[in-house]
Design a protein around this ligand. Structure first.
Ligand code: SF4
Length: 459
């Protein structure tokens, strides 16, 4: 069996499963957020009864993160709906925007978009927050009401996005009927060269198979090349499995996975035991691709879908209006550090927005010093508009007052993960997906730029 089949077999209580089998699996975690949470709660209450209890109050994780820092009253109200439900059900893990359990969330636009408006429990973008808060464990099943839930596959678990109806059912029963996906095999070899990042790896893979090339399939990443990929790198790659239509993305378990999971579970006092899955000799794959990481170059996925792969250096004549770094995929501390390595000592020439994925990243950037300045100060001095309000922000457009949203038809290079028309706002805007380093280089020149042009003399 493949890694995915092994996890699904175990969760179904079976010795074996194979692609195409329909199996009932037990969930380990159900995650929801402010956009889909209210709908999921509605389905749960309609189907199980207004007074029904959730299946396990310790296994539901609620993370408001999408439409948070907006004056849109309906969006603000969604956070209140989550808080009321959490209180009613005694749910353990709720990363509220405000500290008062009896309060109401209202974004104060008079204070502007840049200064922090959240309380001490807020966790930021759900997929980045889940591992930080100790909710991703090898061998487990994670369902989330969000398509990029597949990001947690970096931790050797089966993680997939589900709709509100399925999530309402999981909320009541802790189970779900799943068809076992076929597995596509991506064997990674070699080491990434300077200027090339994990984002380039996944944009290359999606470019090979197309934006629907993995539809309802598992994308398994393994091989000697993963040893040099950090957990953040693996998260970036697994995150974008869905951009090829994948049911899930999954990585092999290793010492790095173990160290990261153990540290985060201990730090947060979450469940510390887990059972990873290892590779079998008899895995059956429907597709195999070997990627030599050492030969990859900076890649850009052009408008209008993540499969439109080109090398950054081929696109030097594409003039840009905007650059954006943020999201679950591209807003982690490591992403900002690589971005800052290129930006340091230079100035951006187009509007450039920086949205950390989580408050932890805000803290990291404001406390890491490079010489006399913090990384945060270096970015602000270079002209990057940095907000402390960690969230999804303009990654998915959002209400018109969302930080960084494209309200007019602009061309933007972005460290986010999706670029279908209208994704970041205006329907006629164009989004070019790239690594944080490519976004940085392009922000400096105002054209799509290979970041290796700026690397010489830098460590
Ligand atoms: S940052 Fe973007 S891709 Fe990630 S969860 Fe938020 S909206 Fe979705």
């Amino acid at each position: 069996m493949t890694l995915t089949e092994k996890i699904l077999a175990r969760a179904a209580g079976k010795a074996n499963v194979q692609a195409g089998d329909n199996v009932w699996v037990k969930a380990d975690i159900l995650m929801t957020h402010d956009v889909c949470g209210p709908g999921t709660i509605g389905v749960f209450q309609r189907e199980f009864g207004r007074n029904a209890s959730v299946w396990d109050r310790n296994k539901i994780v609620i993370i408001p993160d999408h439409y948070i820092f907006t004056a849109d009253s309906k969006s603000n109200r969604n956070v209140d709906i989550l808080r009321d439900f959490v209180k009613e059900q005694g749910i353990t893990y709720f990363y509220d925007v405000i500290d008062d359990p009896n309060g109401h969330w209202v974004f104060d636009s008079a204070r502007g978009q840049l200064k922090r408006q959240y309380g001490s429990h807020y966790a930021g973008v759900c997929h980045t927050a889940l591992p930080q808060k100790g909710h991703t464990r090898p061998g487990e099943i994670l369902f989330g009401t969000d398509s990029h839930t597949c990001m947690a596959g970096a931790f050797n678990e089966f993680a997939t996005g589900i709709g509100n109806t399925d999530a309402g059912f999981v909320m009541g029963t802790g189970k779900l009927l799943l068809k076992v996906p076929e597995t596509m095999h991506f064997r990674l070899e070699g080491r990434l060269q300077p200027g090339v990042m994990a984002k380039d790896v996944i944009l290359h893979c999606i470019g090979e198979i197309g934006f629907d090339g993995a539809t309802y399939r598992a994308m398994q990443f393994d091989g000697p090349g993963i040893a040099d990929l950090s957990m953040d790198d693996r998260m970036t790659i697994a995150n974008m499995a869905i951009e090829a239509g994948g049911k899930n993305g999954i990585f092999e378990f290793d010492a790095q996975t173990q160290a990261s999971v153990d540290q985060r579970c201990q730090l947060n006092g979450t469940k510390a035991s887990y059972q990873p899955v290892e590779r079998d000799r008899d895995e059956k794959f429907v597709y195999e691709l070997t990627v030599d990481l050492s030969t990859l170059e900076p890649i850009v996925a052009c408008h209008p879908d993540p499969g439109q792969r080109k090398r950054a250096k081929e696109l030097n004549d594409v003039k840009l209006d905007r650059a954006y770094i943020g999201s679950c995929t591209g807003g982690k501390t490591s992403d900002f550090l690589e971005f800052a390595r290129i930006i340091r000592g230079r100035r951006v020439v187009i509007d450039t927005f920086g949205v950390p994925a989580t408050p932890e990243t805000v803290h990291d950037l404001q406390s890491s010093r490079w010489g006399a300045q913090t990384v945060w100060e270096i970015l602000v001095d270079a002209g990057v508009q940095m907000t402390e309000n960690a969230s999804c922000a303009a990654c998915l457009g959002g209400p018109t007052d969302t930080f960084g949203r494209m309200n007019t038809p602009l061309k933007c290079i972005s460290a986010t993960n999706r670029n279908f028309p209208g994704r970041m706002g205006h329907k006629e805007s164009q989004v070019f997906l790239a690594s944080p380093m490519t976004v940085a280089a392009s922000a400096i020149t105002g054209r799509i730029t290979d970041p290796r042009e700026f690397l010489s003399g830098r460590d």
